[in-house]
Design a protein around this ligand. Sequence first.
Ligand code: GTP
Length: 287
Amino acid sequence: MDIQWYPGHMDKAQKEVQSKLKQVDVVIELADARIPRSSRNPLLETIIQDKPSVIVLTKADLADPKVTEEWKQYYRDQGIEAVDVDSKHKKGLHVIKEAALQQTERLQARWKRKGIKPRAIRAMIIGIPNVGKSTLINQWIGKKTAKIGDRPGITKNQQWLKMGKEMDLLDTPGILWPKFEDPYVGERLAATGAIKDELLDLQDIAYFIIGICQEYYPEKLLQRFGLEDKPRETSLEWFEDIGRKRGALLAGAEIDYEKAGEMVVREFRGGLLGRISLERPYDEASE
Ligand SMILES: Nc1nc2c(ncn2[C@@H]2O[C@H](COP(=O)(O)OP(=O)(O)OP(=O)(O)O)[C@@H](O)[C@H]2O)c(=O)[nH]1
């Protein structure tokens, strides 16, 4: 599937993020737990260079917990700290700060060595649209946090929030755009709802979701759609059985693929099929 994108957006986003980065000590990068690789901007590494960072896998309530653990290990093996959160149910939020502070230990040690008076660590949240930045910030901050106000010499409207005495958080998240020359990336972002539906063919996306379920989670399809447990060779067979079962039919009992496709995508996004990961760390297609 060919999804059009606008490089202009990316350029602007990158510059904005770069300018904010100068003010922070640690970057908290959000990625969707269902598609950790596809929901990161591959240029981020060059943008942040050697600044400490933490990967936060968001929407963990929708992803396969076993696969999420594999992803965290995968990043840790590369020396990157990774944690997972479920902002919807306020789970896992407390570990973000610990991880961010841990990542800045070297910086703090340097201050100490040089006799610099320690100050609160400055953090910024970054991520592609729809990855869950606002929800996470709102849930994390709650009502207890006080606004610090503008720092002198820094653009107005950029508020710093106090996260205990050890950490300040820039409340405007940095928005990056995904980069997807790779068709797999577009498909995965589309499945999770990161791209406007107007740009998409939902039937294609439904095929993709069914394909993953067919391979890794066939029991979830059987259960959700009340299908008979029998051998099915192709995603199309699954798709048609789902359409039939749900009465997505045109005149003459032909399957209404458009309607069935929309339904599968909607139910997947809402977590109704169960906890499903669309990407695995050692999945060849996505590396
Ligand atoms: N199930 C689930 N849904 C979540 C979670 N976090 C966010 N969402 C949903 O994901 C959608 C996008 O969340 P936002 O917080 O608006 O994402 P954002 O990154 O701020 O989006 P932009 O403003 O487009 O940059 C919303 O429908 C949220 O309700 C989560 O932990 N679990």
